[in-house]
Design a protein around this ligand. Structure first.
Ligand code: SF4
Length: 253
């Protein structure tokens, strides 16, 4: 990757699914994980044919949507995973912050403490996805260990508290039948999440096989083939389990 240029898979001008209000969502190209259930796998792989921008070029393009954001919207940096291009991410966040834009970052937080240190004062809402609590199962599901992810969530939370920032952490969790929704797993997940002091809410997302065709096209296989897609009842079941243990945790379905 070029130091001062970023690779962008796509831009959604007026998104309503990735953060509060109406938002312009910038999907960075590239991700260090390979989640078997990823529905954006074409965005997660490295692809130097993706559109490249300097920060100023990208800013000029996305700022045009400002009139539509209202008081509750803003910009979400998603992907792929934004932390896969840390230098460009920092330059873009700094530019957005200078312009007093509400910023959300959608990430696995599989990164270094240094990247968190450079960026934690710039972001209003961290949307961090937890894939699985168990190290071996996480590795099987995503290709990497979850150890540093949990350390980074706790570190980010402690920095937000230490500097008395108004930033929040939203935890995103994909409910996958018989893979992530077992009772003992939800208990473990809830315990971890309940300790996040700057938690905004937990967002439960239903596993869908919408990305299957991309997997088949790129890798010639889709390993989640035997897994049932999740429905609203699956989400309600997980919500009930979490709130049975921790009624104070706000949940978004
Ligand atoms: S972290 Fe997100 S973008 Fe990356 S592989 Fe997993 S689901 Fe896909």
């Amino acid at each position: 990757m070029f130091e001062n240029k970023g690779f962008v898979h796509s831009i959604e001008s007026l998104g309503t699914l990735d953060g509060p209000g109406i938002r312009t969502v910038v999907f960075f190209q590239g991700c260090p994980l390979r989640c078997k259930f990823c529905h954006n796998i074409d965005c997660a792989i490295s692809n130097t044919n993706a559109s490249s921008y300097t920060v100023d070029e990208l800013f000029e393009k996305i700022i045009r949507n400002r009139p539509y954001w209202g008081s509750s919207g803003g910009i979400t940096i998603s992907g792929g995973d934004p932390v896969f291009q840390p230098k460009f991410l920092n330059l873009l966040l700094s530019k957005l912050k200078e312009n007093q834009i509400h910023i959300a970052v959608d990430t696995s937080l599989y990164t270094t403490k240094n990247v968190i240190d450079q960026n934690f004062k710039l972001v209003d809402l961290w949307m961090v996805s937890i894939k699985h609590m168990d190290v071996a199962k996480h590795k099987d599901l995503t290709g990497i260990s979850n150890k540093s992810i949990f350390e980074n969530i706790s570190y980010l939370d402690s920095q937000i508290s230490k500097y008395k920032l108004n930033s929040k952490i939203r935890i995103r969790f994909v409910v996958i039948p018989d893979v992530t929704d077992q009772k003992n797993h939800i208990v473990e997940f809830s315990q971890f999440v309940s300790q996040i002091k700057n938690l905004e809410l937990v967002e439960l997302l239903a596993y869908s096989d919408i990305g299957k065709f991309k997997w088949l096209e790129i890798f010639g296989k889709y390993e989640m083939g035997k897994t049932r897609v999740a429905n609203h009842d699956d989400l309600r079941k997980v919500q009930k389990l979490i709130n049975g243990l921790y009624p104070e945790i706000k949940i978004k379905l």
